[in-house]
Design a protein around this ligand. Structure first.
Ligand SMILES: NC(=O)C1=CN([C@@H]2O[C@H](COP(=O)(O)OP(=O)(O)OC[C@H]3O[C@@H](n4cnc5c(N)ncnc54)[C@H](O)[C@@H]3O)[C@@H](O)[C@H]2O)C=CC1
Ligand SMILES: CC(=O)N[C@H]1[C@@H](OP(=O)(O)OP(=O)(O)OC[C@H]2O[C@@H](n3ccc(=O)[nH]c3=O)[C@H](O)[C@@H]2O)O[C@H](C(=O)O)[C@@H](O)[C@@H]1O
Length: 359
């Protein structure tokens, strides 16, 4: 069985590496980013940037970044040389309705799903920082026909701890964005209640401890706002098909929470931002609200230093930050007499007197 993983980013590469261990010699990866391909080749992986190298593939596992309307997925599909009888599994997160467009796309190429070619959607739901491999979590699987579902079962059942089969492929699409949007709403709720607590001088952590002592409730922690690759994007995907006052309000509330942090600091301050990765415990600066915060504070006329236990000072410097250790050398005075921002207590910095007016 020849397997090809399409898109070798965060998800695709980890999937590729996982499968290489299971199906040694049978797995190849493709990515349109030449630098990525060169980097992986240098590390000894069997990868290519040229779709023409991919012949007689039995199983295509699609994990490209989706694009706003699935454009990367369709670009990949357009280049793949498809053999009759092969299985295409779309693992990327999709704007609802995309799988129907994929089926139409294949039909335009003369391929009928369920007879000429098998098509399934098995959205990824790995939790980086928690899961050990990309296949630790049960997976939802949806298809247009029973034949497609059966092909999918045969491939995935030995790889994942469980398959949740759904009878309507739209359920598979929606399940992914809904689970992330549910989390988005939970985080926004935390931000709103934390904001209220900060206004009232109530200890939010104590409130969390109290509320979370009921076993079916989880009041989450706050951070610099909702970042990462997925929650904000999946909120946009869902909002593009589901008109909801709640969803609209949630995006607005997160924006307001982030602006409030910047507004509370004001301008002309020395500020230390503690933690810039996109979330606690995961060493990744992409789509980080911590990075956005530093830019916004600087744009407001503050001098900002950062520290993050996940990064060395050199890594932070090369990412363009002033590092806490630099401050003495720069003779800029100490941030100790300025403002210190902690990611989970962003609204409780020690406020300089002139700002302590309940903003
Ligand atoms: N990162 C995460 O925690 C999770 C991501 N996902 C979903 O998985 C998908 C991939 O996400 P990531 O790996 O994080 O993205 P990424 O941005 O790290 O990697 C995507 C890769 O796809 C490549 N690509 C784009 N167009 C291509 C094409 N036409 N052919 C071949 N390669 C192409 C890019 O060059 C890039 O290397 C997205 O739909 C995302 O929403 C799902 C669950 C978790
Ligand atoms: C735990 C969980 O369900 N993760 C899913 C999620 O992963 P991601 O790494 O984006 O996680 P996560 O939701 O923790 O943080 C996002 C932001 O919220 C902020 N956040 C988070 C928790 C909290 O208590 N407070 C908070 O502010 C936090 O600071 C971030 O800024 O999307 C992945 C995806 O589809 O790609 C899914 O596969 C994962 O299963």
């Amino acid at each position: 069985m020849k397997i090809c993983v399409v898109g070798l980013g965060n998800i695709g590469f980890n999937l590729f590496a996982f499968l290489c261990q299971r199906f040694a010699g049978d797995v190849i990866g493709v990515d349109v980013n030449e630098r990525r391909v060169d980097e992986l080749r240098r590390q000894g992986y069997r990868v290519t940037g040229d779709y023409r190298d991919l012949t007689e593939i039995d199983v295509w596992l699609m994990a490209p970044s989706t694009g706003n309307q699935g454009e990367n997925l369709f670009a990949a599909l357009g280049q793949m040389v498809l053999c009759p009888g092969s299985l295409i599994s779309v693992e990327s997160t999709l704007p609802p309705g995309t799988m129907r467009r994929v089926r139409e796309f294949l039909a335009e190429k003369g391929l009928t799903v369920g007879t000429d070619i098998y098509l399934i959607h098995v959205p990824h739901r790995v939790m980086f920082g928690v899961d050990k491999t990309v296949c630790d979590t049960p997976r939802v699987i949806g298809a247009f026909t029973e034949a497609c579902l059966e092909k999918g079962r045969q491939f995935y059942a030995p790889l994942v701890p469980g398959l949740v089969e759904v009878s309507d492929i739209r359920v598979a699409e929606l399940s992914k964005v809904v689970e992330n949007v549910k989390r988005y709403i939970d985080v926004v709720f935390a931000e709103e209640i934390y904001g209220y607590c900060a206004d009232q001088g109530v200890d939010y952590n104590e409130l969390r401890r109290a509320v979370n002592s009921k076993n079916n409730v989880e009041l989450l922690e706050t951070d610099w706002g909702i970042g990462g690759e997925c929650l904000p994007k999946d909120m946009r995907f869902l909002r593009s098909v589901c008109h909801s006052t709640l969803l609209e309000g949630a995006e607005q509330a997160d924006r307001q929470y982030r602006s409030r942090i910047v507004r509370q600091v004001g301008s002309g301050k020395k500020v230390l931002v503690r933690g810039v990765s996109y979330k606690t415990g995961v060493k990744d600066l992409k789509h980080s609200r911590g990075v956005d915060l530093v830019s916004a504070l600087e744009a407001a006329g503050n001098t900002v230093w950062v520290e993050d236990p996940l990064f060395t000072a050199a890594e932070l410097r090369s990412a363009g930050f002033r590092v806490k250790d630099d401050q003495e050398n720069e003779n800029e005075g100490s941030v100790a007499d300025g403002v210190v921002l902690e990611r989970q207590r962003a609204l409780e910095m020690e406020l300089p007197l002139e700002l302590d007016n309940g903003l």
